[in-house]
Design a protein around this ligand. Sequence first.
Ligand code: HEC
Ligand code: HEC
Length: 279
Amino acid sequence: MRIVFGFALALLMSPAAGETLVERGAYLANSVMVCHNCHTPRGPQGLDLSRALSGGSQVFDEPAFKVTGSNITPDKDTGIGNWSDAELKRFLVSGIKPDGTKVASIMPTAFYTVLTARDLDALAAYLRSVPPVRHETPAPEYRIALRPELPTYAGKQASEQELSDKLARGRYLLTIAHCLECHTPEGPSVVHDFAGASGKGGRTFKGPWGESVSPNITPDPAAGLAQWSDDEIKRAITQGIARDGHKLKPPMAYASYASMTAQDLDAIVAFVRTLPPRN
Ligand code: HEC
Ligand code: HEC
């Protein structure tokens, strides 16, 4: 009986039956990792999905660099149509391009080191499957030779098997969704103070929406989410509605997270509740 139950559980947790690599990649790219947030142009109505992944509208202008989300469609001249799968997969976990140069740390590769072998295959398969769009994005400008690196938060590659554990799955999803990149304050000497203040919030985001500041998402009783119910946290993530009912501003991609599976959303909320409380 026990063996049968264990087997049934394994089936339940294994990748959705019949899900192809391209479908898995689409789910990761569109619902969890939200590549569009930086790589798809924005029009007056929001993201222009008719030119999906052909290069972002936002310019990241910092002391160390000035960059825009690249064209990552398979267009051979202006996109990544000439990259091999191996080059793309290496890039996703290292930020190193086929020509050996490293991209600006705005591209969250520091969080992608945990990606399972299957999820890397899935992302590569999906990126190959999207329509090529010809669109030249401005060349990156790197202003100082030694650019600050994101401190390693993510850790080493996860295995598919680990993801059948709810909390491990939540940690994995929270990592590749780079939630803590936005919800951790800048440190005194490092870009993000993950060691001292993971999840404490306090980063400011400026854009067409004006200004938003990331809140504390640790279970701290006063400053964080301790008083929130699971449903309230899920409503904030997927609908952008705060506990008191007010509408939350971008750049968090609420509408994309709304297409996450119930199982993945449960896992994220369960893991968020285990973050060390900070105030
Ligand atoms: C927070 C913003 C952000 C997110 C989210 C993001 N990227 Fe990027 N990405 C960038 C920026 C900015 C660059 C260009 C950096 C540079 O030129 O130094 C980049 C560069 C790249 C490149 C290199 C392309 C080239 O021609 O050099 C690839 C490939 C890429 N991203 C794929 C992805 C994929 C796939 C996802 C989702 C799984 C993703 N990115 C999510 C910001 C982002
Ligand atoms: C690109 C940056 C960014 C990313 C990525 C991001 N967030 Fe947020 N998040 C914000 C900002 C900014 C706000 C506050 C918006 C406002 O106050 O209008 C917010 C609000 C929230 C809230 C509401 C909390 C409150 O007190 O109102 C929760 C919960 C939350 N985020 C959880 C998450 C989780 C979980 C993830 C990953 C799945 C995530 N966020 C990814 C920037 C981000």
